[in-house]
Design a protein around this ligand. Sequence first.
Ligand code: WT7
Length: 657
Amino acid sequence: MTSAEIPLDDLLREDRRFPPPEGFSERALVSDPAVYEEAEADHEAYWARWAGELDWFEPWEKVLEWDPPHARWFTGGKLNVAYNCLDRHLDGPRRNKAALIWEGEPGDVRTYTYWDLHREVSQLANGLRELGVKKGDRVAIYLPMVPEAAISMLACARIGAIHSVVFGGFSPNSLADRINDAQAKVLITADGGYRRGNVIPLKRNADDALERTPSIEHVVVVARGWNIARTTQTSLKPGRDLWYHDLIRGVPTKCQAEPMEAEDHLFVLYTSGTTGKPKGVVHSTGGYLTQAYATTKWVFDLQEDDVYWCTADVGWITGHSYIVYGPLANGATMVMYEGAPDFPHRGRFWELCEKYGVTVFYTAPTAVRAFMKWGEEWPARYDLGQLRLLGSVGEPINPEAWVWYHRHIGRDRCPIVDTWWQTETGAIMITPLPGVTETAPGSATRPFPGIRATLFNESGEETRSGYLAITRPWPSMLRGIWGDEERFRKTYWSKWEDPGIYFAGDGAKVDDDGYFWVLGRVDDVLNVAGHRIGTSEVESALVDHPAVAEAAVVGKTDPVKGQAVAAFVTLREGKEPSAELVVALQTHVAEVIGAIARPQQILFSADLPKTRSGKIMRRLLRDIAEGKALGDTTTLADPNVVERLKRRYEESGNGGG
Ligand code: WT7
């Protein structure tokens, strides 16, 4: 597939529109569409107004210096992110407000007020300083979803250390690579974390990694799983390792927040996409916090009495921007949950929503499709009456999954914000504003005020269907790839002649209303008889069928058409695979979006291969469809899924199609 094969065919027509529900706009923080024009009139002044809502130790001199591809925002200004997330809330009534309501998978609960969080962050910050961590040093964080994850990030921010959070589901190898790339000095981990009733042995994984990470001087271990105490398989290495609770015991509860330059680095976060050496995406302090703060406030319409729950893991950018920094900078109350959505039962999330009175709920399409597969009887058992706003991020959401989410979780009362952004963009870029935007299932709608996005073809001409590009710098943009300037320029800033245009790697179309429809990664685009087909449209046509919960489509070499459509389909609970269903689905796709997209092969599968963050890995499905040896499977959440699928595919001859 060469990249010259854009623009994409426009197949799927989705005409349903959902205006903000009755009464929503009246109560919303923003309900006037004039915000878009106001931002456009002077985008620097607009972002400066947002930055002005943060607390600065010293004001900035210049809003933006743009030397493509390098932007500097709010230069000369000094601030501290932890101060903005904690200290500034301590003077008024937020002092005793719940900042973090945490529930562990076994059901243990801890609630931290802003005051509590400030105390523990300060203690850990002092503890890290005692271990020799200084401004600019890197600290790796490899933790389950426990409060100490957020506390560790904030403690680093407080002393100006750069954190590198590594998702707790990553292997020792992945951890070691990330530690070594950033040359982290300290690792914060836990003895374990709970997942589907098991204790994940994080410290044991870390010990394995630590055999080849010479830069690490100390390891701080949170006692969570208590599996070190229970077993002799691993232990604390004297002189190097210490317990978190010992490190903070008796330590002063005040810790001066380091005044940081706006452009100082706040964190590095590794993103691998679906293949290749992970890139350490570097984010700034002032610009990053400004956009994380602004988007959290407007996109989630975050108000003083909301109970906000983002189900992501802190190991992903979503967890950084929309569990930790955005919500806390806004003084919000949030829920954090350690475990899986289906343990001990498939109603776990709804039970938590009911228990804590969650009002704003933000999750990923992969989760919505799982809920849909499990059936609406699960959420129906719970009182979700407090919910008022829903969000989606991570992949295109199939319109049918969107409508299911709207009906069975939102009970037709809650707007859905489908938010498009990336690890690299740091914060939300394309999204509805829930009190303003008429939403459309499957569309992230319009760029956030102040953001400019455009579609280009290969030669850099504007089109209505092509490559998604960001054409103006934005405050939370990545500042680089750790230690690899060349890769930074090549990956994001050299697709077109103009070095100031950011290439996002996604294909998209834009409709008459100016709404953006992301069609998938450009590497995944199919070419069937000269028609360029984005994966999301065919997948959504399949998910549109009442028997289907999830689908992935790939191109398979075809002597006549160049490529033929091969589909991998997961059925809803209670639906059985059959030859009739194959024909019914083929016909359905042909009817919904046209004969050109009719899958030549359909294979039913209980699971699809996904990355650890839940994105469908089409590259491996392509290998299966082509009968090739499987490529790199190390980024998969569960490598068995793809092995099983490959066997089934081979056994089924033509996959039943
Ligand atoms: C890629 C970025 C941003 C936090 C989680 C993912 C896809 C993300 C959407 C959306 C369609 C989406 C894109 C993007 N994506 N959100 N609302 N609609 N596609 O971060 O791992 O850096 O992935 O996720 O393909 O490029 P990430």
